[in-house]
Design a binder for this molecule. Structure first.
Ligand SMILES: NC(=O)c1ccc[n+]([C@@H]2O[C@H](COP(=O)([O-])OP(=O)(O)OC[C@H]3O[C@@H](n4cnc5c(N)ncnc54)[C@H](OP(=O)(O)O)[C@@H]3O)[C@@H](O)[C@H]2O)c1
Length: 290
């Protein structure tokens, strides 16, 4: 009997940890890739209450979970429990992938690389562009650091103006990028969207189940904007629907999700997963045709 047919006493465990976690498509895409390669792994999702994060880390070690994805809201708070954080993740200040080597926890951030590859594959060049980035949390930080190396100007807008300003200052110090941190008032969104070439949503606004919400009023969108919503559930968020109506070119979070997942998968298993299979499985499960 082959490994893909059954779970045995030798099956190695991979997982994603977050709160909430029910929206996650990571088990769907990783298990599809595992089965296609006939590997003896299984990928699960764990809902971890924020107060239980430290116990969850002890659990990873006790149960010898081999690879872990970290999602909302732990990407920054988990760092203090890890043994090694790679230089990119250290710079970003957020991790999304952990590898457990006999209790030694190494970590990386594959969100930044995954997002940039999604933009490049969509034919979008960030170089010299004005970027309006909504959300300065875990994913927003990853994206801000990677686009900062090439963009002309970045405006970061967050619920918490101080958080956006702090991130803008870190990036300015590191790369000398022209970057400002602002709040998410209508005034800011209206004025900054006029000057932007690309709008990136790295907030959870519009994510399942709150699918009728958008982080920006539709009247602020204009046809010259490229709109990248990193949310992948639903594939077509309200923001992307509004943007399509305005004639904008759009990109969903699906490719970023699959890219960051494929990088993690390869790091854990030393095998290249089938990216198209992972993507198609998600589309199938979300019940939507792109
Ligand atoms: N496609 C992918 O591969 C991928 C990868 C990573 C994340 N994501 C998605 O990206 C979203 C964000 O994830 P995350 O881990 O970065 O979450 P996070 O760490 O909680 O960060 C979200 C940030 O957005 C802020 N925010 C909330 N509402 C806002 C608004 N209306 N305007 C401006 N800022 C607002 C939050 O502020 P408060 O904390 O004060 O509310 C927080 O700073 C989630 O939907 C997640 O599923 C997708």
């Amino acid at each position: 009997m082959s490994a893909k047919d059954y779970i045995s006493a030798r099956t190695k465990v991979l997982c994603v940890m977050g709160y909430p976690i029910e929206h996650s498509m990571s088990p769907t895409m990783h298990n599809a890739a595992i089965r296609a390669l006939n590997l003896n792994y299984v990928y699960l999702a764990f809902s971890i209450l924020p107060d239980n994060l430290k116990s969850a880390i002890d659990g990873i070690k006790a149960f010898d979970i081999k690879g872990i994805n970290i999602t909302i809201p732990f990407k920054q708070t988990i760092i203090k429990y890890l043994d090694e954080v790679d230089p990119v993740a250290q710079e970003i200040g957020a991790v999304n992938t952990i590898k457990n080597n006999e209790g030694f926890l190494s970590s990386r951030n594959t969100d930044a690389e995954g997002a940039m590859k999604a933009l490049v594959d969509a034919g979008y060049k960030v170089s010299g562009k004005n970027i309006l980035l909504l959300g300065a949390g875990g994913a927003g930080r990853a994206i801000a650091f990677i686009v900062a190396k090439e963009s002309n100007k970045i405006v970061l807008s967050d619920m918490d103006e101080k958080r956006a300003e702090k991130l803008a200052n870190e990036i300015k110090r590191k790369y000398g990028t022209s970057i400002e941190g602002k709040n998410n008032s209508h005034h800011v969104l209206k004025e900054e969207s006029k000057k932007a070439d690309i709008l990136i949503n790295a907030t959870p606004i519009g994510m399942y189940p709150n699918i009728n919400k958008s982080p920006i009023p539709s009247e602020f969108l204009h046809k010259d904007l490229f709109v990248f919503d990193i949310i992948y559930n639903p594939l077509k968020t309200k923001l992307l629907k509004d943007a399509t109506e305005k004639g904008c070119t759009t990109l969903s979070g699906l490719n970023m999700l699959v890219n960051q997942g494929a990088l993690a998968f390869e790091w854990w298993t030393n095998k290249k997963p089938n990216i198209d299979l992972m993507k198609n499985k998600i589309i199938e499960v979300l019940g939507m045709v792109k």
